[in-house]
Design a binder for this molecule. Structure first.
Ligand SMILES: *[C@@H]1O[C@H](CO)[C@@H](O)[C@H](O)[C@H]1NC(C)=O
Ligand SMILES: *[C@@H]1O[C@H](CO)[C@@H](O)[C@H](O)[C@H]1NC(C)=O
Ligand SMILES: *[C@@H]1O[C@H](CO)[C@@H](O)[C@H](O)[C@H]1NC(C)=O
Ligand SMILES: *[C@@H]1O[C@H](CO)[C@@H](O)[C@H](O)[C@H]1NC(C)=O
Length: 520
């Protein structure tokens, strides 16, 4: 059964567009109308339930020539193997790999299989119309840890259910965000400009400040915005969902000797796990300068009145009690789920988030792997169900998938990793311990705060002339001290909101303006 020449030509047109999608931004909208009706995916409107939307994990393809086989949605016989290669452009000196994927026995000639290939360091995708051997190239591994990971665990292959056109469209928009190239960075900037109204104006030189630790104090806030690679892509989505113009945070601490430290939740250790650390300033600074995510960083000094109030002893006690504990994946997932359920920004929908989350939890270290499922189990009052079973159970009970997501988080739910915090919940908890919130401390729920909510607090320096000289702020006149990055950081609403009791417990966040009702 071979397609007619016309159809063939059209398929090739689509194909070329798609296979280059990671290099040339390509819009399927442009091509879809030229396809005859019979060719557009027959399953287009065929989504029955949320289960249909889950990517299924097919296998991990490991390099020691073990070829794996499975049955796809379109092609009945599929095989894949992975060969390591010398580094094609020798960017990392680590080499790369080629994945060979053979598709056979199509159910019909209009069907296709859409695959996602992932390591914890990258996500890429491709789809196949024709029965033959396809290749997928990994030019070079990002870091030795990725090479090691692939040696041991292989590249994970996920099969997307047929008929995911909506998801496919979203994926086209989103996947480039994770590419650690100039092009990937531009995808992030474009996305934030388009969906959040960010501007990314170039800043005057020097782009990297020479910091004098003597001018930095306990409690000073570090707002980080990554715009490239996997963390860049992840942060872009997080920013968009939450309305924050920064994607990560850390906080400064001084010890009795006057040495400067950074306390951070979500610092990657040698094993690739995200944990809470307290590390010397220099070590932190060197590690961010080395990052491939092109971080933009602002120092937000506490207001002198707050600094005077700041109980450093209590802050250190809190930080030490948390050091070594895992990053708060579940906090993060809940705040995502809540936001997603309330007002998920188009073109993504809750289902795609679940797809990405389900892939992501599979790729992350064991302690993070079950967080999403745990959260959803709590909402159903069940235990130990995996995502698939959760969705089946939801349907059995006649609850819509979106309704499941809107069931609010209860403070007394306890998760398997016990105490853990996101980057910003960690800092605000420290502020709480240090007395920044004064008498209303007990009615501040730090897990309700996004990064935006944190930098909007009126607790920071409000007099530009008191910013340290090395901020080099003469030209840019920022209200804070940017210490790294080529683009002027924007933090709309910075330093404008006095803290109040039960703050942020009822705030919507709707792009692109993210209007915030008073006293929500
Ligand atoms: C690799 O392939 C060779 C030849 O095809 C075979 O003899 C060997 O058992 C394979 N090794 C593994 C680990 O599958
Ligand atoms: C890649 O670069 C490394 C170090 O720069 C060099 O030692 C190695 O020979 C290069 N490999 C290839 C395949 O060119
Ligand atoms: C600061 O915190 C420590 C430890 O919690 C406490 O013992 C001390 O009394 C506090 N100091 C002030 C001035 O409140
Ligand atoms: C800002 O700080 C400078 C130097 O401390 C001081 O002279 C000036 O009056 C302050 N401005 C305001 C508006 O407080």
């Amino acid at each position: 059964m071979s397609p007619t020449p016309l159809v063939h030509a059209l398929l090739i047109l689509v194909f070329v567009g798609f296979s280059d999608a990671l290099k040339v931004p390509f819009r399927i909208h442009d091509v879809l109308p030229v396809l005859p009706r019979g060719i557009s995916w027959p399953v287009l409107n065929n989504l029955h339930s949320a289960v249909d939307l889950l990517p299924s994990f097919v296998a991990s393809v490991t390099p020691n020539n073990a070829s794996i086989q499975w049955q796809g949605a379109c092609f009945s016989h599929n095989q894949a193997r992975l060969d390591f290669t010398a580094d094609a452009n020798n960017a990392s000196g680590l080499g790369g790999a080629i994945l060979y994927l053979k598709t056979e026995a199509a159910q019909s000639w209009t069907c296709m299989d859409l695959y996602i290939f992932a390591t914890p360091y990258r996500i890429t995708w491709d789809y196949y119309f024709s029965a033959r051997e396809h290749t997928l190239k990994f030019d070079s591994w990002e870091e030795p840890a990725e090479l090691e990971y692939v040696k041991q665990h292989g590249v994970s292959v996920f099969l997307m259910p047929s008929g995911m056109l909506g998801t496919l469209l979203s994926v086209i928009d989103v996947l480039p965000l994770f590419s650690s190239t100039e092009w990937g960075q531009n995808a992030n900037l474009d996305f934030l400009k388009r969906h959040m109204g960010a501007t990314f104006e170039k800043r005057s030189q020097p782009w990297c400040a020479t910091i004098d630790p003597a001018d930095v104090h306990s409690g000073d806030f570090l707002a980080v915005s990554k715009i490239r690679g996997r963390w860049g892509g992840f942060e872009t989505l997080e920013k968009w969902v939450t309305g924050s113009f920064a994607g990560h945070t850390a906080v400064c601490l001084k010890d009795e000797m006057g040495n400067l430290w950074v306390a951070e939740s979500g610092h990657e250790n040698e094993k690739g796990e995200e944990i809470i650390v307290i590390i010397p300033w220099n070590e932190w600074w060197i590690s961010v300068l080395k990052e491939g995510s092109n971080p933009q960083i602002a120092l937000l000094p506490l207001h002198p009145a707050q600094r005077a109030k700041f109980n450093s002893t209590a802050a250190w006690e809190y930080a030490r009690s948390m050091a070594g504990k895992p990053y708060g994946y579940h906090n993060m997932i809940f705040s995502w789920i809540d936001t997603v359920a309330d007002n998920y920004p188009p073109p993504l929908d809750a289902h795609l988030v679940i797809s990405v989350m389900s892939m992501w939890t599979r790729m992350q270290p064991a302690y993070a792997a079950n967080m999403l499922n745990e959260a959803l189990n709590k909402r159903l009052g069940t235990e130990g169900l995996d995502l698939h079973d959760i969705l089946v159970e939801t349907e059995k009970r006649g609850i819509a998938f979106d309704q499941l997501l809107t069931i609010p988080e209860q403070d007394d739910w306890e998760y398997s990793d016990g105490k853990s915090t996101t980057c910003v919940a960690f800092i605000l908890s420290m502020y709480k311990a240090a007395g920044i919130f004064g008498p209303i401390s007990s009615s501040i729920q730090v897990t309700e705060f996004t990064i935006r909510d944190a930098y909007m607090l009126r607790i920071f320096e409000d007099n530009q002339t008191r910013l340290p000289k090395w901020c080099n702020n003469e030209n840019d006149q920022l209200p804070f001290c940017q210490i790294l990055g080529e683009y002027r950081m924007e933090l709309p609403g910075y330093n404008t909101l006095d803290p109040y009791a039960n703050m942020n417990e009822n705030c919507p966040s709707l792009p692109p303006t993210y209007n915030r009702p008073l006293k929500c």
